[in-house]
Design a protein around this ligand. Structure first.
Ligand SMILES: Nc1ncnc2c1ncn2[C@@H]1O[C@H](COP(=O)(O)OP(=O)(O)O)[C@@H](O)[C@H]1O
Ligand SMILES: [Mg+2]
Length: 364
């Protein structure tokens, strides 16, 4: 008698069950994710689409526990993340690469050194790291840019370097949060083709977060549609395109509109109710562990202070929330920033902002 047992490969590589994420701020409570359930098969390209503020970035950050869910479980390759210790979680995270809209390259390092960086952190000898980085530059079609600095590259080329860096430690999963949102349609196309090629050649599982239906149509096999923190519909892209059930899917497919177009026509406020809409100013950073709220009401212009601070300090910050109003030419409101891990950088950011007249307080 031959017993056929279910192999490990039959198990979904990512499984999310009953996931909730609630953010408590001093002024309000935001239920960013509500009872999220889905699974991703190994080797799949899985899209998560929704409007700005729907909860996509929060969801993707829960997949590697950069954000700890309020309730529910995330299981990656059979390991329930909530049950892992710090070291196990760090190890698991190194099997998950991530790319963002804002590339996050180290501007003072060459392309090759940017790709070497995660390898050196993981203790790979320098020569080996450089060899691996050179191979990856070839994979992303940028062999001739090894010695170039990010500032010398176009947006598409920077994203290619970021992809190479994300692949450096041979991850099994690649998470892409709005990775093509800052690119023109032609460059978007070439990045999507590159991701598809990498998926086919290596079998890496890719999760694509996007607000553009065209991206899902182009590259994804499965898709989940997120609206107001909930998955309203998910399944094979081909099925959802032919038989959309939810209002959101019909709007996206039948009307052929990307959420941002829809939002433009109907006004941002109608897109998601109340404060559920995030500011799209985010420049995500890889790791952040400290959050501050800045309250302002006296500066004549707010954004240049942040931009100048970033230029002075030389590190990006994560704008997690921005709620500003223009009152007679003066910006009033608050902003929540996620700071990089480096304590010195954190202090520099905080003192710069205080020196420039902003109230800074810690956020839990
Ligand atoms: N750290 C945070 N603190 C408070 N609210 C947050 C935080 N991160 C996200 N949110 C809120 O959660 C909701 C979902 O945000 P997000 O996941 O960034 O949406 P998306 O990526 O789909 O635009 C928004 O209302 C946003 O303001
Ligand atoms: Mg987002």
């Amino acid at each position: 008698m031959i017993l056929i047992t279910k192999g490990k490969s039959d198990m979904p590589i990512i499984e999310v069950r009953g996931l909730y994420k609630t953010f408590e701020t001093k002024t309000n409570t935001v239920e960013a994710l509500k009872d999220i359930n889905f699974e991703v098969e190994a080797g799949d390209i899985y899209g998560i689409i929704g409007m700005s503020g729907a909860g996509k970035s929060t969801l993707v950050r829960c997949l590697n526990y950069l954000e700890t869910p309020t309730r529910g479980t995330v299981t990656v390759e059979g390991q329930e993340l909530g049950k892992l210790g710090d070291k196990e979680l760090r190890d698991l995270r190194s099997s998950i690469g991530m790319i963002f809209q804002g590339f996050n390259l180290l501007m003072q390092k060459t392309c090759l050194d940017n790709i070497c960086f995660p390898l050196l952190i993981h203790g790979t000898p320098k020569g080996e790291a450089r060899q691996k980085a050179a191979q990856l530059l070839e994979t992303v079609g940028l062999s001739d840019k090894a010695a170039a600095y990010p500032a010398q590259l176009s947006g598409g080329q920077r994203q290619r370097v970021a992809i190479a860096r994300a692949l450096a430690c041979d991850p099994k999963i690649l998470l892409c949060d709005e990775a093509t949102s800052a690119l023109d349609p032609q460059t978007t196309q070439s990045i999507l083709q590159l991701l598809k090629k990498i998926n086919q050649e290596t079998g890496i599982t890719i999760v694509i977060i996007t607000h553009q239906m065209s991206v899902v149509r182009e590259i994804c096999r499965h898709v989940a549609i997120v609206e107001n923190g909930e998955i309203v519909e998910n399944g094979l892209v081909a099925d959802i395109f032919t038989h959309p059930k939810s209002k959101a899917a019909r709007r996206l497919i039948i009307e052929g509109k990307d959420p941002d177009e829809w939002e433009k026509e109907n006004g941002a406020e109608s897109a998601t109710p109340g404060n559920a809409r995030a500011a799209d100013l985010t420049t995500p950073i890889l790791h952040e562990n400290r959050r501050i709220r800045i309250v302002f009401g006296t500066t004549s212009s707010f954004e240049p202070v942040i931009a100048n601070m970033i230029l002075t300090v030389g590190h990006p910050v994560n704008i997690l929330k921005a709620d500003t109003k223009d009152v007679g030419g003066t910006a009033r409101g608050e902003m929540i920033l996620g700071l990089p891990e480096d304590k010195d950088v954190q202090e520099k950011v905080i003192s710069y902002l205080r020196e420039h007249g902003l109230d800074v307080e810690e956020v839990d």
